[in-house]
Design a protein around this ligand. Structure first.
Ligand code: CA
Length: 229
């Protein structure tokens, strides 16, 4: 169970989610707008925040940026529709995951548990071996194998694969990859990510048209999945 903060202006949705998440064993507090949400996030110190992006007082991404300035709490944003620019903006502003309305409490709960699990996994020092399906990554030795065969990755390909592999199922934006893997600001160099992804795909024996491990989420980013799962 986790301590959750739900920021949602729709009273009906707020009540229904609070009830459903409480039934699933979480402790839920809520706020009906951005400013009270920020206040609660600081006062209640929740394990995770579910943040509706369509709020009456502040833009949801603005709330997220203000929250990120004071807290590293995991945040799942809820968007009204499948709005890619909005999702990208939210991921860039520091959201850990997103759900598109309408979503079920069961779906949200699964996302909540996945984000909290990732947070725990990320507490190690980055040298723990990682496995996704038939992929094995040994950060200490900087070795990666697929079904036991060494992949022969370049340093950047290795860093890119490792960054994605410690976040299985999580969509990572190209901007985040440029910032975190290349330590570069986003701009004209965004093709860098595409090029390295295509090299990595080739070494994994797949392509953007026939993906297995590396799944592009169009307009949002890329995620790694276990193709056998
Ligand atoms: Ca709303």
């Amino acid at each position: 169970m986790a301590q959750l903060l739900l920021v949602e202006d729709d009273a009906q949705v707020r009540a229904a989610l609070t009830r459903a998440l409480t039934e699933r064993g979480h402790a839920v507090t809520s706020a009906s707008a951005g400013m009270p949400g920020l206040t609660r996030a600081v006062a209640d110190r929740p394990d995770l925040v579910v943040l509706d992006l369509g709020l009456p007082d502040l833009d949801g991404c603005e709330v997220l940026r203000m929250l990120r300035a004071v807290s590293a709490v995991p945040v799942i944003v809820a968007t009204a529709r499948d709005d890619e620019p909005e999702i990208v903006r939210a991921l860039d502003a520091g959201a850990d995951d997103y759900v598109v309305k309408p979503f079920s409490a069961a779906h949200l709960d699964a996302r909540i548990r996945a984000v909290l699990r990732r947070g725990r996994d990320a507490d190690d020092d980055g040298t723990a071996p990682v496995a996704v399906g038939g992929l094995r990554i040994e950060p200490a030795a900087r070795e990666a194998t697929l079904d036991g065969t060494p992949l022969g990755l370049t340093p950047k390909e290795f860093d890119l694969l490792h960054y994605l592999a410690v976040r299985p199922g999580q969509v990572v934006s190209k901007r985040e990859l440029l910032t975190e893997v290349w330590r570069m600001a986003y701009g004209g160099a965004d093709k860098t990510v595409d090029v390295h992804l295509s090299w990595l795909r080739r070494k994994l024996g797949e392509s953007a048209q026939a993906p297995r491990y590396l799944q592009t989420v169009h307009g949002v980013g890329v995620k790694i999945v276990d193709p056998g799962a």
